[in-house]
Design a protein around this ligand. Structure first.
Ligand code: ZN
Length: 389
């Protein structure tokens, strides 16, 4: 039996004070008042929160999950874990079908060997995306949705795809959405120019989420309507506001999604339906400079954002980790720490159906927890009851 004692401990219902999290064999057995007598890690003035759950991680330190080297996968997983992300979905972006199939096969093998559901599945972001919203994806590798190709991906991944991002307005998308949903895969709209009407059709087919809302997807705007006048079109962000059942990911790095708009989004949707993601790209953790090779051409700027090519005007994924997003949700968006933590732990765990095991400090959950300093910087990472060195 081991115990972490903290002045403030996050629970789903709020912070509790002067409590212990007790765990045994890597699992939480109790969260209780007071202080245990033995084998205590005293967090002192620290804040104890669940380990973070990131549903969109492409890579770090120049390595991507698109590559085929287990050592690189280890580097990426360790990089994010040391910074507080204890559960993550490796994410693959658009590439030629054969390349993706090979990547999925390699990644599925890696996941099978990963301990304790630290990597519960794969997020496949592409290649059925809109050419109008391709962002940093290779436009030449985009495809129209196709059932046979989708089935090829699912088979190659050995059933390990958790989230499939698709542009639902593309020809052939609806049967693919229906089929993926029937396989138990969460289908998410992303890199899309879908209208409100097209989103409603996709939702009827099973689509239930939006990938990095407001990025590579439209905000409310005016567009030519069926009756010939410039009508009001909700776009993806407006659809999110109008449809309570939709969940969304948000990249709150200070560049992708304006922080001023996060509090109203959370007010409308509820913190359970807004999931913070890092969307960390291959260059996360790399110093400013220009990087090319391995399919990327990216400039990392001093301020901490990354753009495509040398002077490109498009953001190319983020350079942050999920803990950075939590800190910025408090510092830039002004949301309470409890809400920010919820959106990076319990909300994503619920989206993945893992909430009885991950993203919470409650009996039965894995003893994945973080101790933060009062300034929200990281002091300790504990995975399955062991302090990460
Ligand atoms: Zn994307």
């Amino acid at each position: 039996m081991r115990t972490v004692y903290g002045r403030q401990i996050w629970t789903a219902n709020g912070f509790v004070e002067n409590c212990c999290v007790r765990f045994e064999d890597g699992q939480i057995v109790a969260v209780e008042k007071g202080r245990a007598a033995e084998d205590v890690l005293d967090a002192g003035d620290g804040i104890v929160i669940p380990g973070l759950v990131d549903i969109q991680v492409n890579g770090a330190l120049g390595w991507s999950f698109q590559a085929h080297h287990r050592d690189h996968f280890d580097e990426i997983v360790h990089y994010h874990r040391r910074r507080g992300t204890t559960t993550l979905l490796p994410t693959l972006i658009t590439a030629p079908v054969e390349t993706l199939t090979t990547s999925l096969r390699g990644l599925a093998d890696y996941l099978d060997a990963a301990p304790h559901v630290t990597l519960p599945g794969i997020h496949l972001e592409g290649p059925f995306l809109s050419p109008q919203k391709s962002g940093a994806h290779d436009p030449a590798a985009l495809r129209l949705p196709d059932l046979d190709i989708a089935a090829e991906f699912v088979t190659a991944a050995g059933g390990r795809i958790s989230i499939f991002t698709i542009a639902p307005e593309l020809a052939g998308a609806l049967p693919v959405i229906e089929w993926l949903t029937a396989q138990g895969i969460l289908v998410s709209a992303g890199h899309t120019a879908a209208t409100y009407t097209e989103m409603k059709w996709a939702m009827a087919a099973g689509l239930s989420s939006v990938t990095h809302a407001g990025n590579a997807s439209d905000w409310p705007h005016r567009a030519p309507g069926a009756l010939g006048f410039m009508a009001s079109e909700p776009g993806i962000v407006g659809t999110l506001l109008a449809e309570p059942s939709l969940t969304c990911g948000v990249i709150l790095d200070g560049f992708h999604f304006h922080p001023a708009l996060l509090p109203p989004l959370v007010t409308v949707k509820g913190a359970d339906h807004v999931v913070l993601v890092s969307d960390a790209s291959t260059i996360a953790g790399s110093p400013p400079g220009y990087y090319e090779g391995g399919g990327i051409e990216v400039t990392v700027h001093e301020e901490g954002f990354a753009t495509s090519g040398r002077g490109g005007g498009w953001l190319a994924g983020s350079t942050i980790t999920l803990l950075d997003a939590v800190q910025r949700t408090v510092e830039l968006a002004g949301l309470p720490l409890h809400t920010a933590v919820h959106m990076a732990t319990l909300a994503p765990a619920r989206l993945l159906g893992l909430h009885t095991r991950k993203g919470n400090l409650a009996p039965g959950c894995d003893a994945d927890l973080l101790v933060l300093n009062p300034d929200l910087s990281l002091r300790h990472v504990i995975v399955r009851g062991e302090v990460v060195p």
